[in-house]
Design a protein around this ligand. Structure first.
Ligand code: SF4
Length: 660
C-alpha cells in the first residue's frame, strides 16, 4: 500500500530465464522508482567497460513511483541502460499509457539482460510473463507492430505496447522506443540497445490494482490542481501574434519569478509548438545548424510554423495517462504528398525546430511527413534534425559532394532532399548509413574538418533551445550525466518552479539582470543544482516536465509523494533523494571511464565565436568555470567526480563495493 509494488522482473534474453525480485522499502526511500530505481540497480549490475550493444548491458523499463496513485500528470515511464551514444549513463522517458501498464503487471520495472538468439517480444498478463517469437514483426515500423500486437493480445482490456521500429533494429545510435501510436522515448540511443538484444516489443496486459497509502489526500491535492488547470485557459490570442510576445520577452533586460500556470494555458491551447515562432524571434530556437539567426530564417520562413496552422489539422486532443493538461494532438495528414496517415501525433516543437529553422526549411507539410517517418521508425527527431543540419553544412562547405550523397542536392531548406535523407538514415542506405549514428560518429567517419559542424555535447545532439539564450541551460547541456538534455533546467524553468518556497537552500533571487546569468557565480550554480535535483525527483516519480514547470505550489510533488507512500519527508529530504539520483548517474559515468569535462558543449553552443547578428549577437557562455561551480555545489570535485564525502553522506558508499 505504498504507491510502488516493491517488485521487479529480470529477464535474461540469452537463456530465456525470468525471475522476480523483491526490493526492500529502503531502496525506494533512497531513490524512489523510475530513473532513480534504474540507476540504483544498474550501477552495480552493468560491469565497467560493458559494450552498450552487448549482452552485459541491461535495458530497464521502469514506472514512476506516483503513477497510478491518483496523482496528476505522473504517468511517464523511464527507459534506462548504458548509452551507446555517449558511452555513459542513458535514460529517456515518455508519456502515453505504458507507465501504469508496467505496474498493472505487478512490477515497478522490467529489466532485460543478454541477447536473444531470435527476435522476441515479452508479453505479460495476470498469468505472468512469456517470451514469444517476433520474427514476423521484425522489419515492421513501431506503430504497425503495436497495432498487430494489440490485435493479437487484446481480450477485454487493450494491452499497452513499447516497440522499436527499423531504426532500433538497424542499431541506429539515435533511435528510441515507441509507445501509444508513435510517442517516443527518444534520447540516449535506447532503441539501439533494444535492437541489439533482438527485443522487438514489450506487451503489457495486466490488470492488477495500484494502491497508495492515503488515496483521500491524493485526491484532495489532485482536485485542487484540476480546478486550476480548468481555469488556465488563455485569452483568445491568435498564434500569429506569438512572435510579438517572443520579441517582447526576448528584449527584456530582467528575469523574474513567474506563475507557472501560464504554461498550462499554453500547453492546453497549442502544446509545445507554442514556441515554434516565439523561439525563432527571441533567440531560443537554434537556427541554421546553430550558426544563423532570425536574420537568416526570417518571417517568410517561420510564418509557416505558426501553431494555429498546425492545430487546425488536429482531429482531437491527446492526453497521456492521468494528465489534465493534454498538450498532445492527433492530426490527419492523409493526402499530404500521397500520405495515407490519419490520426498521427502532431509534431512537437523540438521536431518543428529541428526540421524547420535548424535546416532552414519552411515547408510545414514536409515536417508533418518527416515527423511521421521518424515516429514510425523510432528515430529521435532532435538528433536526426541536427544530423541533417550537419550534412547540409558539410555539403555547403564542399565536404560532402553530390557524388557522396547519391545525387541528393543537400541545399539548406530543400525539403524534398531532407525528407529523402531521413528515409536513407532510417534504412541505413547510402549516405544514410554514415548519418544514422548522429553527428559525432558521422564526423569521425567523414573527417576532413567536418567535426567543426557536428553540434553535440558528449556525443548527444542538443535539444532545440539555445544555450546562448539561457546560460543555465548550458550547464545542463554540458554538466548532466546524459549531456545535450534540454529538459533538466534553465533560468526559465527556475523562474516558474518556485522551489525557494519549499526548499530551504534554493536561492530566492527575485528579479535579476539577465546579463548576470552570463557570469559564473555560486548562486547560478545553486539554481542549476536545484533544477537537477528536482528533475531527477520528478523522473523518479513519473512526472511530466510540463507539469513540473507549473511550479511546486500548483503541482504538489512533495505532498503527493508523502500521501502515496506514507512517508513524512520534508521537501529538503526529497531534494536529497534528487541529489542522490543525480550523483548516482554521475558515478555511473565515472565508473565507465567518462571524463565529465569531455561532455563539453560544441563551441557554437557556447557562442565561440559569438553570433554577429540577431538577438544573441555577441553572447558567449563561459562554460568551464560555470561547470566547476556547479560540480562544487553538488559536492563533486573540480573534475566532476562525486567526492567520497558526498557519496558517504548520500548513503551510497555501499554501492561502491561490488555485490558478492
Ligand atoms: S502535458 Fe503533454 S506530455 Fe505531459 S503528460 Fe500531459 S499530454 Fe503528456
Amino acid at each position: 500500500m505504498l504507491g510502488y509494488t516493491g517488485k521487479i522482473l529480470n529477464v535474461n534474453l540469452t537463456s530465456g530465464e525470468m525471475q522476480e525480485e523483491i526490493l526492500p522499502d529502503e531502496v525506494y526511500q533512497m531513490v524512489l522508482s523510475g530513473v532513480g530505481l534504474g540507476v540504483y540497480l544498474l550501477y552495480n549490475r552493468i560491469p565497467a567497460g560493458a559494450d552498450p550493444l552487448g549482452p552485459e548491458n541491461i535495458l530497464g523499463f521502469v514506472s514512476g513511483l506516483l503513477t497510478g496513485t491518483g496523482s496528476l500528470v505522473t504517468g511517464r515511464w523511464m527507459v534506462v541502460c548504458k548509452s551507446p551514444l555517449t558511452g555513459g549513463w542513458g535514460d529517456a522517458n515518455c508519456g502515453g499509457n505504458l507507465s501504469p501498464a508496467i505496474k498493472q503487471c505487478g512490477y515497478d520495472g522490467i529489466f532485460f539482460s543478454g541477447i536473444s538468439p531470435i527476435p522476441v517480444y515479452l508479453f505479460i498478463d495476470n498469468n505472468g510473463p512469456q517470451l514469444l517469437p517476433a520474427e514476423p514483426l521484425w522489419g515492421l515500423d513501431a506503430i504497425t507492430s503495436e497495432e498487430q500486437l494489440v490485435q493479437t493480445h487484446q481480450v477485454k482490456k487493450k494491452p499497452y505496447v513499447a516497440a522499436i521500429g527499423q531504426a532500433g533494429e538497424n542499431l541506429s545510435l539515435i533511435s528510441g522506443i515507441c509507445n501509444d501510436g508513435g510517442r517516443i522515448a527518444a534520447r540516449s540511443g535506447v532503441g539501439a540497445v533494444m535492437g541489439s538484444k533482438r527485443l522487438k516489443a514489450v506487451v503489457l496486459s495486466g490488470t492488477k490494482a495500484i494502491s497508495s497509502n492515503d488515496p483521500a489526500r491524493i485526491k484532495e491535492i489532485s482536485k485542487e490542481l484540476s480546478a486550476k488547470i480548468r481555469k488556465s485557459n488563455l485569452p483568445n490570442i491568435p498564434g500569429g501574434l506569438l512572435p510579438l510576445g517572443g520579441m517582447l520577452l526576448g528584449g527584456m533586460k530582467k528575469g523574474a519569478p513567474m506563475d507557472g500556470m501560464i504554461m498550462a494555458g499554453l500547453m492546453k491551447r497549442w502544446g509545445t509548438i507554442a514556441n515554434n515562432t516565439m523561439g525563432v524571434v527571441n533567440g531560443d530556437s537554434p537556427l541554421k545548424n546553430w550558426g544563423g539567426s532570425v536574420k537568416d530564417y526570417s518571417y517568410k520562413y517561420y510564418k509557416n510554423l505558426n501553431p494555429d496552422r498546425i492545430i487546425k489539422c488536429e482531429t482531437r486532443k491527446y492526453h497521456c495517462y492521468s494528465c489534465g493538461i493534454g498538450c498532445g494532438g492527433l492530426v490527419d495528414i492523409s493526402g499530404l504528398n500521397g500520405s495515407t496517415y490519419k490520426h498521427t501525433h502532431k509534431p512537437e516543437y523540438e521536431t518543428c525546430c529541428a526540421f524547420g529553422g535548424l535546416v532552414m526549411n519552411k515547408d510545414m507539410d514536409a515536417i508533418y511527413l518527416i515527423n511521421e517517418l521518424l515516429n514510425r521508425a523510432g528515430m529521435d527527431s532532435i538528433s536526426a534534425g541536427t544530423t541533417v543540419a550537419f550534412a547540409l553544412e558539410c555539403y555547403e562547405k564542399g565536404i560532402l559532394t553530390r557524388e557522396y550523397t547519391g545525387g541528393l542536392e543537400l541545399a539548406w531548406g530543400n525539403a524534398e532532399a531532407i525528407a529523402a535523407l531521413v528515409k536513407l538514415m532510417i534504412a541505413r542506405e547510402g549516405i544514410g548509413d554514415l548519418l544514422a549514428d548522429g553527428v559525432k560518429v558521422a564526423a569521425q567517419k567523414l573527417g576532413n574538418g567536418s567535426a567543426e559542424y557536428a553540434v553535440h555535447a558528449g556525443g548527444q545532439e542538443p535539444g532545440m533551445h539555445d544555450s546562448r539564450f539561457d546560460p543555465l541551460l548550458a550547464i545542463h547541456f554540458s554538466g548532466d550525466p546524459t549531456p545535450g538534455r534540454h529538459t533538466i533546467g534553465s533560468a526559465q524553468y527556475y523562474d516558474v518552479l518556485h522551489l525557494w518556497e519549499k526548499v530551504s537552500w534554493a536561492p530566492n533571487v527575485g528579479a535579476y539582470l539577465k546579463a548576470d546569468e552570463y557570469i559564473p557565480s555560486e548562486t547560478l550554480a545553486l539554481k542549476a543544482v536545484a533544477c537537477s535535483c528536482y528533475k531527477e525527483l520528478t523522473d523518479g516519480a513519473g512526472g511530466c516536465l510540463f507539469a513540473m514547470v507549473l511550479g511546486v505550489e500548483h503541482w504538489q510533488l512533495f505532498e503527493w509523494l508523502n500521501a502515496a507512500t506514507g512517508w513524512e519527508k520534508t521537501p529538503d529530504e526529497f531534494m536529497e533523494i534528487g541529489k542522490r539520483i543525480q550523483t548516482l548517474r554521475q558515478m555511473f559515468n565515472i565508473k565507465h571511464g567518462i571524463d565529465p569535462m569531455s561532455f563539453r558543449l560544441h563551441k557554437r553552443m557556447a557562442g565561440e565565436p559569438p553570433l554577429k547578428e540577431g538577438p544573441l549577437k555577441g553572447r558567449t557562455v563561459p562554460i568551464e568555470p560555470m561547470l566547476r561551480l556547479y560540480w562544487q555545489a553538488f559536492g563533486w570535485d573540480q573534475n566532476g567526480a562525486p567526492t567520497t564525502e558526498t557519496i558517504t553522506a548520500l548513503g551510497l558508499n555501499e554501492l561502491l563495493q561490488p555485490a558478492s
